[in-house]
Design a protein. Sequence first.
Length: 193
Amino acid sequence: MTVTALSAAVSSFSGLQSLAAATGWPAVLAPLLPLTVDAYAMTSTRVWLSNRTRSAEARRFARWNAVVAIALSLVGNGVWHLVAARTIDLGWPIVVCVGAVPPAVLGLLSHLAVLRGQDGEDDMSSRRPDEDEHQNDRTAVDEDNLLLAAARAADAAHRTEHGKAITRDELRRVLHVSTERASVILRKLRETR
């Protein structure tokens, strides 16, 4: 897991740093874009999954932020590779979007910090018993969506490197899931292409 996480972090860092530099960030500040996005993803994920997060509202908001942060990293890296391959031009909409990332992340994380600081007991006591069951269903769906997003990214990287779609075994290795789970994810991946 450490090797996978480290290689993914370094690769993602490189792409986002290059995107920041290409959109006009000074060289000394360009590393702050990947640090901002990655710290945003890690913080949101930790608040979402932490047992110390008692507020249901904070947990929901953190889950949403974690998904957005991962998607932001995927899109940012994808845009950089398209620009580097000269498939798209680096126009003003990309420059504006990249420049908007830090203030947007600051605002979202500030809101998350306030929500997490709330006690959350009122949330839990007002909940109906059947809501826990629905929450578990939603969490499973969110995890499936995150795995599918990761599978799409892995497939795109595999296609770029090998010129063909990712295999089940390679997907299982990259996502660290069982063979059966990799088969299900691969089937969903093929259905959404």
